[in-house]
Design a protein around this ligand. Structure first.
Ligand SMILES: O=P(O)(O)OC[C@H]1O[C@H](O)[C@H](O)[C@@H](O)[C@@H]1O
Length: 491
């Protein structure tokens, strides 16, 4: 099992996990994995139970009551499920209703209410979406993100920018027709970052009426009455349409729920393909054979790499600019799921692998020195895209300059891949563990596979490390200090 060809798990779709530089002699060995057999069998059972019933041993909600974990249901669109045919149809209708009628959408959210949405935007829209014409955007609106920080300058800039756009439209003969939809996303419904920037922008843009028209959509916990979130109550009072962050789906798993799908709908991304990719991955991960189950294998190898070989930093390094946000999404997933002070029985364990964001080739010119020569405490997780939709050949524009002429006639994607391969090989030549996730192309389906595999992987690793992968009690410490200080400021 240690030869290169055997150390690559490939699914029917072509999605692969190449773990040859993480597994074998001098790396995590087959006997390391065998030694873990008992824990792996228990983890398999626990994940199966979670999938069937939502029950996860020891998992409690913020208020200390047992809470189900339901994200594994999200890829399955069915009557009575969290994503039902009716809910998906409603999302699509919402997306269509924006076409050629809404100029810009601003989504407000942070953490799990932002990071996944940014991934979908980057992969579907790329960097220049907002600079494209309505026709080039297929009628869909421009899309901006806010609330993912409390940044006064950027928030003011965004207000100014939207007003300038509305004025420009007026100058071009369409006065008072600029329409903005503010999509406010918060599971808890009261997050400072999200709500403060929303309130600033809502007020500033409202003051510009009728130059601008504002509509608000809320995405929050669907509880009604007394239990409704602050955002939910506000939406009810103001008559704003709402979408749900369902019970049992934590923020960092919510990309497959209406949280992520509402953004997908706003930009015309293929929701069905995205969920189909996630579903295919969920099915692939139902086998107990670790060498056929990508999420379980990833979890086991990384867990052993950390516990036995001290490699408890994971550098997530896609070779693609538009996948940088996947690395940022993964930071929350790994940090909040596995960075835990105590085991499920309450003993201090201080578990966790520290996530680092990197992008190839960019960070080969910045971080790689450290990965290659620094402490041997990392696993570098590469992501490779096989087929690029656009791919330029480097032209021989300066034939007299031999160094430049030498790289001509090569595709940019080939140069990128050679760089990745060389990086991976140089690292493993010095026993620096790495692995590569391979996407046949950058589309909604393979993105669904990738994100779901990573989400399910932390569920397995939580079991192996015996920590609750679905809470985040550590984030309450600063919140307890912050609350009274905010109140004091008001006085
Ligand atoms: O969706 P919200 O309730 O606004 O929460 C946004 C984020 O807030 C906190 O920081 C939590 O630690 C995150 O897990 C969560 O994703």
């Amino acid at each position: 099992m240690s030869s290169k060809e055997e150390s690559c798990l490939t699914l029917a779709s072509g999605f692969s996990f190449d773990y040859g530089n993480l597994y074998g002699a001098g790396k995590v060995t087959a006997s390391d994995v065998e030694e873990l057999a008992e824990k792996l069998a228990a983890a398999q059972k626990a994940v199966e139970t979670m999938r069937a019933t939502g029950e996860v041993r020891g998992h409690l909600s913020k208020d200390g009551t047992p809470e189900r974990v339901l994200f594994t249901q999200l890829p399955y669109v069915a009557e009575g499920n969290l994503n039902s045919p009716a809910s998906i149809a409603r999302l699509k209708e919402f997306g269509s209703s924006l076409k050629n009628t809404v100029d810009a959408v601003v989504t407000f959210g942070i953490g799990g209410s932002y990071l996944g949405n940014k991934v979908l935007f980057d992969v579907h829209c790329g960097e220049f979406w907002n600079a494209k014409s309505v026709k080039e955007r297929n009628g869909y609106p421009k899309l901006y993100f806010n609330g993912n920080n409390i940044d006064a300058r950027r928030t003011a800039d965004m207000v100014e920018h939207l007003i300038a756009e509305a004025r420009l439209k007026a100058v071009h003969g369409q006065p008072n027709s600029y329409k903005v939809v503010l999509v406010v996303i918060s599971k808890s419904g009261g997050t400072l970052d999200t709500m403060s920037t929303f309130m600033v922008m809502y007020d500033a843009l409202k003051q510009q009426e009728p130059l601008l028209n504002i509509e608000v959509v809320a995405v929050t916990d669907p509880a009604k009455g007394e239990k409704a979130t602050l955002l939910g109550k506000l939406a009810q009072e103001q008559g704003w349409p709402t979408f749900s962050v369902p019970d049992g789906v934590g923020g960092r798993f919510s990309i497959f729920s209406e949280v992520g799908l509402v953004t997908a709908a706003c930009i015309g991304m293929d929701i069905d393909a995205f969920l189909a990719g996630a579903q295919a991955m969920d099915q692939a991960c139902q086998t107990s054979d670790i060498y056929k189950n990508p999420a379980k294998l990833n979890a086991a190898l990384k867990f052993i790499a950390a516990e036995k070989y001290g490699r408890d930093i994971e550098v997530f390094m896609p070779y693609a600019d538009y996948l940088k946000s996947v690395a940022e999404w993964y930071v929350q997933l790994l940090a909040e799921s596995l960075g835990k002070r105590t085991s499920r029985e309450g003993a201090e364990v201080f578990y966790g692998r520290t996530p680092i964001v990197a992008v190839g080739t960019t960070d080969m010119h910045a971080q790689t020195q450290q990965h290659q020569d620094g402490k041997k405490d990392k696993v570098v997780q590469f992501v490779k895209v096989v087929k690029w939709e656009q791919d330029a050949v480097i032209p021989d524009v300066f034939p007299a300059v031999s160094k430049l002429s030498e790289i001509s006639s090569i595709y940019l994607s080939q140069a990128l891949d050679v760089a990745r391969e060389a990086n991976a090989e140089a690292l493993i030549n010095d026993e620096r563990f790495n692995a590569t996730l391979i996407l046949p192309s950058l589309n909604a389906y393979h993105l669904g596979e990738l994100l779901y595999m990573l989400a399910l992987s932390v569920a397995y690793e939580g079991e192996l490390a015996n920590v609750d992968a679905f809470d985040q009690p550590g984030v309450e410490a600063y919140k307890r200090l912050m609350g009274p200080r905010l109140k004091a400021l008001k006085k």
